[in-house]
Design a protein around this ligand. Sequence first.
Ligand SMILES: NC(=O)c1ccc[n+]([C@@H]2O[C@H](COP(=O)([O-])OP(=O)(O)OC[C@H]3O[C@@H](n4cnc5c(N)ncnc54)[C@H](O)[C@@H]3O)[C@@H](O)[C@H]2O)c1
Ligand SMILES: *[C@@H]1O[C@H](CO)[C@@H](O)[C@H](O)[C@H]1NC(C)=O
Ligand SMILES: *[C@@H]1O[C@H](CO)[C@@H](O)[C@H](O)[C@H]1NC(C)=O
Length: 435
Amino acid sequence: MSQLKHLDNSPPTPGKFKMDKSPYIHRLRWHGSLAKLTFWSFIFLGLILIFFFRSPSSNSLPSDPSRRSLRTYNWGGPAWEKRVRSSARVRSRHGMSVLVTGAAGFVGTHVSAALKRRGDGVLGLDCFNDYYDPSLKRARQALLERSGVFIVEGDINDSALLSKLFEVVAFTHVMHLAAQAGVRYAMENPGSYVHSNIAGLVNLLEVCKNANPQPAIVWASSSSVYGLNTKVPFSERDRTDQPASLYAATKKAGEEIAHTYNHIYGLSLTGLRFFTVYGPWGRPDMAYFFFTRDILKGQTIPIFEAANHGTVARDFTYIDDIVKGCLASLDTAEKSTGSGGKKKGPAQLRVFNLGNTSPVPVSDLVTILERLLKVKAKRNIMKLPRNGDVPFTHANISSAQRELGYKPTTDLQTGLKKFVRWYVSYYSGGKKASG
Ligand SMILES: NC(=O)c1ccc[n+]([C@@H]2O[C@H](COP(=O)([O-])OP(=O)(O)OC[C@H]3O[C@@H](n4cnc5c(N)ncnc54)[C@H](O)[C@@H]3O)[C@@H](O)[C@H]2O)c1
Ligand SMILES: *[C@@H]1O[C@H](CO)[C@@H](O)[C@H](O)[C@H]1NC(C)=O
Ligand SMILES: *[C@@H]1O[C@H](CO)[C@@H](O)[C@H](O)[C@H]1NC(C)=O
């Protein structure tokens, strides 16, 4: 896809260039002075070309999707540090100062805005990768900028950058939402899951563990860790050893890594298992979003059914409910207990389902969209492919209810209405929509 475009456009590497030309050079030697002149002209031209292709910008062009991490970012300097400090400054009496990773993402944007609104200090971090349309991430960034949230452009696997951020700001909390999301992308770019969900997570936890004081960390896991479980609703204590995708496997591994950092270093950790989050400023790779786009375009949409014509259903959760769950998790997070990279006592370790508790068949989702868009969908019923999607999700939220006061209040009908209103105004109004 977009990575392949890079491949086609990328110039040949200097090494390759020399290899292709050397047979010519060899033959030219055996001719007279005119040939000699041609020979030296070739060399000269070659040197110019090599010099040209070696310019840093073209050299750092990612030619292979798994190497996208090698992109370099500009950060540092007094003006940059000033912006970082000002964005993270706490403005309410008992406010916290939060580093939000994945702040240009769907959930990250909403959480950052909500924290800022109530007076907390917020600094965003995001690498603006092109897993889906980066212009949507830029539009979210512009939205946050207007409310005073600065998003640092960088990678969570960059330890120098993260250490620098903790040097400039003594974050009390980290809301970790940066990740490679989606299940089907693993066929195209498996390395991105390792890069962000494993290496990036470990790097973040390392820096948090070394920070003084250590922050409390709330991070996004996923309902996908329940994999192919058939016992519903899914409870936090249920087995999570049957992942159905690489995405789910990296989220499950992430939970174990987080557990380890809690146990060894005294980091306070709360893992949130989100259930299919949707809403304004959402993700274009998710069904409710591209169904809306394709229904409006008059294109056929694929609707999956499980084995034996079984229903595929999701516990769709509205973004505002998820945001409330995130903020409540931050508010009830206890302090980390370690210092100087060493554990001083047991630290808080929690995991919560954040869902809506009412699974809706995907065909009903389409019916609601048809009504809201006033367009009939062209449905193509297909068998659920075995590449990561699970047939059914349903959250048991009694734990979050008890400990966070979490109570979802938006049903799918109401939430989709808000999504569609945003969608239409964003894509028709010259992308000038606001939240
Ligand atoms: N939206 C859902 O339905 C859902 C469900 C379950 C879990 N989650 C989890 O919630 C979190 C947020 O999801 P979202 O829907 O907002 O996804 P998103 O893709 O919109 O946001 C993630 C953001 O992280 C950034 N990012 C990715 N890798 C990075 C890296 N290495 N360094 C810096 N930034 C990086 C991306 O650019 C993106 O803006 C993710 O961890 C996701 O796995 C989401
Ligand atoms: C993450 O960063 C580490 C240390 O800088 C580096 O060695 C590693 O290759 C990176 N991992 C990925 C998957 O990008
Ligand atoms: C939901 O989870 C709680 C534990 O948090 C458990 O006691 C309860 O039985 C579960 N409810 C259902 C319907 O499975």
